[in-house]
Design a binder for this molecule. Sequence first.
Ligand SMILES: [Zn+2]
Length: 162
Amino acid sequence: MEECELAEMRAALVGKKKRKAKPRPEPVPEEYTYIYLLQRAKSMKVNGSRVLMIPPADCLIENHRTCFANIGKVCRSINRTPESLAKFITKEFNTEASFRKDDALYIKGKFDTGKINTLIREFVKRYVQCSSCKYFQTTAVYTKKYLRFKCEICNEVFRVEL
Ligand SMILES: [Zn+2]
């Protein structure tokens, strides 16, 4: 009786082992995971930067309007939409602006390039740079009224009014 039960238990164990041995996706070894995560963390540190290269604004005054020709290029360098920067500029200058087919922004009124560059820096400080770790690697989500952005370096989340 006992022997029979033992044999059954063995059979059950073998059965279990066999089931476990069935081909399954191999679990990722712990070492690999650790190294992978470490390398990822290191690469993020390398990619993270407290220096942001922004092309200077290319502006031209014509017929009581200021043409901000390279707003697209500027916005690609700061990873934000031209619309959000345009909104900020018009609010600060208390004026109106519209985009033309060539992607240039036409701002009503005469504004010098230096002032626009200052506004771009201000925009970056408020809507791009992480105020916790001071890095610029942030990703944005837009809603009608707000801009929500998350820092890719320290994971801090910010919500600012646009
Ligand atoms: Zn941060």
